[in-house]
Design a protein around this ligand. Structure first.
Ligand code: PLP
Length: 383
């Protein structure tokens, strides 16, 4: 008799090596956690208060697929001001986390069998999303000796008739690399020349230390650029699960409609919390950024003159450390380092094959623990 079998699409979904590290770290006491990719701060009080008030006022029901109109308008206004471009609220889709915006963007522009270019190293969820969508991921390398920035010529070589979009992430996870304006423009020009969409993950846009964030918006390709952002990282709101997508005008309704079978709408209370975040006092954004900058500087100090840092992170809250001299692959290194030194880091292989000689550390714990963890990492590599 025929037995039911689970979907290959689900079973074959690529999973990240970080799970093994988390499993090893679970339950060990005194662990220093350099692996966690979320702000450790609590959500600022005025945002929590806004959400509580909204719940009491009855924001406890479904909302339109694309989100609460006042939030869409606020996002459009903020986005237009920060990038000095015109954005209509109809271009904005509110999603469950930035991850929801990434999934929506892929579903909106690529069909099964199409190809999408993704960064290596890059956030592993890009590959999982493409896998679920039946879209073929094609990795472009962002080499350490180029500051983990892509070379537009490499990108061009990977473009085929099946390519639909280029996915980019600046400030970048895991390297903290920030694309300079010239590179953004070159990639934008490439997309225009080859008739491609750009899906730009700008979730770390407010965490840039040196210079400013350069958006893919306003580069002459706004008719084909989908920008992903949200409140998770900027306002320490990861658990509220609230992201947003700004799409070209013609794709706005498509992205909104895609929410119906996936989430109907993002949670109403979280949308109101995001509205409180985007409309309220902004001092917390600078406060968090300066704390991350200070910790990035601790990272640079701890590895000063060791030759172990391939680049200086200019944004986000991550840095990569070169473990090449240990002669271990990054997963083996991360496991033995955890077991021997009680410090968790993320093996570089999680972010792509080009990243296996690095481990990622996150600046999401207090200064003293950060120094201690980084000190142990330095000593372990140099031993
Ligand atoms: N994009 C990148 C590069 C990330 O690192 C993350 C979270 O770690 C996200 C998107 C997802 O953000 P959210 O928590 O809003 O879904």
């Amino acid at each position: 008799m025929r037995q039911p079998t689970p979907a290959q699409r689900a079973l074959g979904m690529p999973r990240s090596a970080i799970r093994e590290i988390m499993a090893l770290a679970a339950g060990r006491s005194g662990m220093i956690h350099l692996e966690v990719g979320e702000p450790e701060f609590s959500t600022p009080e005025h945002i929590v208060a806004g959400a509580l008030q909204a719940a009491r006022e009855g924001w406890t029901k479904y909302t339109p697929n694309a989100g609460i109109p006042s939030l869409r308008a606020r996002i459009a206004e903020r986005y237009a001001n920060s990038r000095n471009i015109r954005v209509e609220p109809e271009q904005v889709t509110v999603t469950v986390g930035a991850i929801g915006s990434l999934f929506t963007a892929v579903m909106a522009v690529a069909d099964p069998g199409d190809e999408v270019l993704i960064p290596d190293p890059g956030w592993p969820n890009y590959e999982s999303i493409l896998h679920l969508a039946g879209v073929r991921p094609v990795r472009f390398v962002q080499p350490g000796d180029n500051g983990f920035l892509p070379d537009p010529d490499d990108l061009q070589r990977l473009i085929t008739p099946a390519t639909k979009a280029i996915m980019v992430n600046s400030p970048g996870n895991p390297s903290g690399a920030v694309f300079p304006a010239g590179l953004v423009q070159d990639i934008a020009d490439l997309a225009r020349e080859h008739g491609l969409y750009v899906i730009s993950d700008e979730i770390y846009e407010d965490i840039v230390f040196d210079g400013g964030h350069v958006s893919f918006s306003g580069r002459g390709i706004d008719d084909r650029t989908l920008v992903v952002s949200g409140v998770s990282k900027t306002y320490a709101m990861t658990g509220w699960r609230l992201g947003y997508l700004i799409a070209p005008a013609e794709l706005g309704p498509v992205c909104a409609a895609l929410q119906e079978p996936i989430i109907s709408s993002a949670p109403a209370v979280s949308q109101k919390a995001a509205e409180a975040a985007l409309s309220g006092p902004q001092a917390c954004v600078e406060e968090f950024r300066s704390i991350y900058r200070r910790r990035r500087d601790i990272f640079l100090e701890e590895f000063d003159a060791t030759g172990l840092l391939p680049s200086v992170p200019a944004g986000a809250f991550y840095g990569l450390v070169d473990i090449g001299r240990k002669g271990l692959d990054s997963l083996a290194f991360a496991k033995s380092f955890l077991l021997e030194e009680n410090v968790a880091v993320v093996p570089g292989i999680t972010f792509g094959p080009s990243c296996d000689r690095y481990v990622r550390v996150a600046f999401t714990i207090g200064d003293d623990d950060l120094r201690e963890g980084l000190g142990r990492l330095r000593a372990y590599i140099l031993a």
